[in-house]
Design a protein around this ligand. Structure first.
Ligand code: GLN
Length: 486
């Protein structure tokens, strides 16, 4: 089987038996990227540098030099990290994000080209990138989801074995669902955010996008844990997540929130596909009950106030002085004019929209009416989850109300675009972990994802439920036709 069709744990087995060298993997992946880049555009700056550079001897390490693709908002020392934004063009971080140092110590080869994303992770389709959109490997006319669409498309199309993404409101789980791969968002504080270029600091988390649940557990074992460099990372013991990969859900109490099903805007094929998955888990011994998360309807408005408020503050550091773009100096230009030119030319439309919205919500006279009120409702949303987790082990929902949509279908209507995260955003507001696993296809052959959520730091339960489902259904073994592109 070609290397690019295999999972990390399968490749590791071969590497341990000395049947595979890291050079071979790097070579085959590079070939694959050069073949499919034109049609999928999962990576940025292909051709500028080698795709995978093997810089150390990883023979005795855990990951044996297996490459991992990194989203363009995670700092990698001396490798361009531009958030797919003109304002950060040419930014070479002088340090590695903590997740990158951890992966390097475990023997991963960090790919030197980055995966495409919506500028500063603002979006649900990867159309807001200064490098242009990525394409969904299952249907090239469609988006791969976002904002980690490049990472998901790379893994789905065999251009990466596994990848890292970031999830502020669904940006790992939604693209994983659109591309038929596994996407995991850890509990807030489980994985260090040091070196992740901040979008909304109280919501952002880094997590893996992989071909199967076992690989997600493997990566989580490496990147989890407290980091003194990130004050929001939590000192909570890290268990070996691969020990949770047991095929058994007997007696597991699973809640089905009614707000996530018969709701407006849900595609009937998505709903039916998820119901078939529920039936399967029932046959395997899980116990289901319908519940209510009554504040769900406020999740999108609350998120777009909190996230834009934090983004407007985080993005204020990009002013043309310290980082990236510095437009040509004009004679007698004041410093304010210089800031305005850098920000005006550097940020794309969606970034500007969010900076304005966030600045407005935080401004004097509106703070109490919008930002403070949003924080209060955020607590109500979290309380809804706390209440459910008193009686249930996990919650099951569709990951997204629709399968992948067409490129351009929603890009002119921000509100429509914002609604595509209606099922993922609440988990970020509540800080809880979640996964998206493939659970079938629509008649048009588009992947559908199943979302499993659990209480904070109950990653093990998610892995157990997701693994059991995955092993019984085997949707993760399906590959898009674009695998055959030559
Ligand atoms: N789509 C959401 C947004 O545009 C979430 C993005 C994310 O998780 N980074 O804000």
């Amino acid at each position: 089987m070609p290397i690019q069709n295999q999972t990390c744990h399968e490749l590791l087995k071969k590497a341990c038996d000395n049947k595979l060298q890291p050079e071979e993997i790097a070579e085959q992946l590079t070939e694959r990227i050069l073949q499919s880049h034109k049609s999928i555009k999962a990576f940025v700056r292909v051709g500028d540098t080698p795709c995978v550079k093997l810089t150390q001897d990883n023979t005795n390490s855990l990951l044996k030099g297996i490459p991992i693709a990194i989203k363009d908002n995670i700092c990698t020392k001396d490798a361009l990290t531009e958030c797919c934004s003109n304002i950060l063009k040419g930014f070479l971080p002088p340090y590695d994000a903590t997740v990158i140092s951890k992966l390097k110590s475990a023997g991963a080869a960090i790919m030197s080209i980055k995966t495409n994303m919506d500028e500063f992770a603002f979006g649900s389709s990867t159309e807001n990138s200064c490098f242009g959109p990525s394409h969904n490997p299952w249907d090239l006319q469609r988006v791969p989801g976002g904002s980690s669409g490049g990472s998901a498309a790379a893994v789905a199309s065999g251009q990466a074995i596994m990848a890292l993404g970031s999830d502020t409101g669904g940006s790992i789980r939604q693209p994983a669902s659109f591309c038929g791969v596994v996407g995991f968002k850890p509990t807030y504080g489980r994985v260090s955010r040091y070196g992740l270029i901040a979008f909304a600091s109280s919501l952002d988390q880094i997590g893996p996008i992989t071909r199967d649940v076992q690989d997600a557990a493997l990566i989580m074992n490496i990147i989890s844990g407290h980091d003194p460099m990130d004050a929001t990372s939590v000192e909570h013991p890290v268990t070996d997540y691969t020990k949770s990969l047991i095929s058994d859900v007997k007696g597991l109490r699973i809640a089905l929130p009614k707000e996530y099903f018969h709701s407006q805007g849900i595609d009937t094929e998505v709903e039916n596909t998820v119901h078939i998955a529920i039936k399967k888990l029932k046959e395997l011994g899980a116990k289901f009950q319908e519940v209510s998360l009554p504040h769900t309807k406020y999740a999108i408005p609350v998120y777009y106030i909190v996230a834009t408020a934090e983004a407007s503050s985080n993005l204020s550091r990009f002013d043309g002085v310290q980082y990236g773009l510095r437009p040509d100096q004009e004679k007698r230009q004041s410093i304010i004019e210089m800031f305005m030119r850098a920000r005006g030319q550097g940020f794309g439309e969606e970034a500007k929209r969010r900076i304005m919205l966030g600045t407005f919500a935080l401004s004097h006279g509106y703070y109490d009416a919008y930002y403070l009120r949003a924080l209060k409702v955020r607590t109500l949303i979290k309380n809804d989850f706390d209440k459910i987790f008193k009686d249930f082990d996990c919650i099951l929902t569709p990951t997204s109300p629709t399968p992948a949509f067409k490129i351009g279908e929603k890009s002119q209507d921000p509100l429509k675009m914002y609604l595509s995260d209606v099922y993922t955003i609440s988990a970020n507001l509540a800080g809880i972990p979640g996964i998206s696993v493939p659970c079938g296809f629509t008649q048009q052959g588009l992947p559908v994802g199943l979302q499993i959520l659990a209480k904070p730091f109950a990653e093990e339960i998610i892995f157990r439920a997701a693994y059991t489902y995955e092993q019984s259904a085997e949707w993760h073994l399906q590959k898009p036709n674009t695998f055959a592109i030559s």
